[in-house]
Design a protein around this ligand. Structure first.
Ligand SMILES: Cc1ncc(COP(=O)(O)O)c(C=O)c1O
Length: 397
């Protein structure tokens, strides 16, 4: 069966009620039929649910689907994407280890690496996403245990060459851990390239309608095992309700991504030819500095378009005031188009030199392109670009 059929048809076994849609197992614990069964479940001679911090049918269904979509051996779901990122590091790294990470990271991942892991003696080295193989190699140390990256990155849409890192992995033996949230398993499967782990904020496209938080890490079974141990005992579990929503959403992920990507490409093309938009970044635009890599590594360009407007925060304010359709929010991956000014929101806590290294300027706007009619979106963004440029000119005059 093809993946899309499996994403729809994988389902928890029917109960005695023969329901068509999977029920919600909103239960914190599970009953034992006998004292022997309780003992057997705990000593793992029998498989089964014990307590929803460890496992739950709705959560297991969600994990099974993502493992299938990512071609992964095993996985563990968490309450948020950041819990998945943290568990993938805390479950595998120990004091004295070194992590090499791509500089272009989501703000909280950056905080985990620089402020939290560092407290436990785990050191790091950052490398630019677009660095050469020799630059990545220069960052390796004898104690480098993990390489962590996002591709494409948030919000600069920089790509990391997975094939190149898998080559280095063979030489240095690190764990390659990829945040695949922006691409989703529909557009890119890092594990197929040879990555060991793929991490997701399920809050984004996997949910796709801005309703629930969730996270998941999937990959090599021998690596998931210590991550599962970490999660079982520290408790960042995904709630059954959120898992139920997310598993249902995976039935339409493929369909939604197709429309998201088509809308995003058309919007990016339209804004690139707009005289009042300084710069448009989108992996599948030939003007993207890593267009060839994007075409090789991803089956479509994703649903984030990042634009640069001249005039700093004043221009952003005028642009926001002129927009009529998008929501002003810091989230992404929703059926509704969302605009974000990373400099003042998601990446506000970075130091000026860190922002400069990531290209986060005051006039940068991240557009999470939704599923609305594309003609409406193009018209709205185009008029807002024109109007905000005029407003700024009048202010200056
Ligand atoms: C690339 C990426 N990874 C991880 C996260 C964290 O996910 P969550 O908000 O579900 O914790 C986000 C956004 O929030 C993100 O954009």
């Amino acid at each position: 069966m093809k993946k899309q059929t499996k994403a729809i048809r994988i389902q928890t076994a029917k109960s005695l009620n023969r329901e068509h849609s999977v029920p919600l197992y909103l239960t914190s614990s599970f009953a034992f039929d006998s004292a022997e069964q309780g003992k057997a479940l705990f000593d793992e001679t029998e498989e089964g649910n014990i307590y929803s911090r460890f496992s739950n049918p709705n959560v297991s269904e969600f994990v099974e689907k993502v493992c299938m979509l990512e071609n992964a051996e095993d996985g563990i779901a968490t309450g948020t994407g950041m819990a998945a990122v943290f568990a993938s590091m805390a479950g595998l790294l120990k004091s004295g280890d070194h992590i090499v990470a791509c500089r272009a990271l989501f703000g909280s991942a950056h905080q985990i690496i620089t402020q939290i892991l560092s407290k436990w003696g785990i050191t790091h080295t950052y490398v630019d996403a677009t660095a050469t193989e020799a630059d990545w190699e220069a960052a390796m140390q004898p104690n480098t245990k993990m390489v962590y990256l996002e591709t494409p990155s948030n919000p600069g849409l920089e790509l990391v060459d997975l094939e190149m890192l898998v080559r280095l992995k063979a030489k240095y033996g690190f764990i390659l851990n990829v945040d695949n949230c922006f691409a989703t398993p529909i557009l890119q499967n890092p594990i197929d390239y040879g990555a060991d782990l793929s991490v997701h904020s399920a809050t984004k496209y996997m949910d796709g309608q801005g309703r629930v938080l969730g996270g998941i890490v999937v990959g090599r079974a021998d690596l998931i095992q210590p991550i599962r141990f970490f999660a079982r005992h520290t408790g960042p579990s995904l709630s059954p309700f959120n898992a139920w929503v997310l598993s249902k959403s995976l039935e339409t992920l493929d369909l939604r991504m197709e429309r998201h990507c088509r809308n995003a490409l058309q919007l990016a093309e339209a804004l690139e030819s707009h005289p009042d938009v300084e710069r448009v970044l989108y992996p599948f635009l030939p003007s993207h500095p890593q267009y060839d890599l994007a075409k090789k590594q991803m089956s479509a360009g994703g649903a984030i378009v990042t634009i640069e407007l001249e005039g700093g925060f004043e221009r952003v304010k005028a642009f926001y005031d002129a927009l009529t359709i998008p929501t002003l929010s810091s989230n992404l991956g929703d059926s509704r188009t969302i605009v974000t000014n990373p400099n003042t929101t998601t990446h506000a806590k970075l130091k000026p030199d860190e922002k400069a290294a990531l290209g986060i300027t005051p006039g940068l706007i991240r557009i999470s392109v939704g599923l609305e009619d594309i003609e409406d979106l193009i018209e709205d963004f185009a008029q807002a670009a024109t109007k905000s440029a005029e407003v700024l000119k009048e202010k200056v005059a």
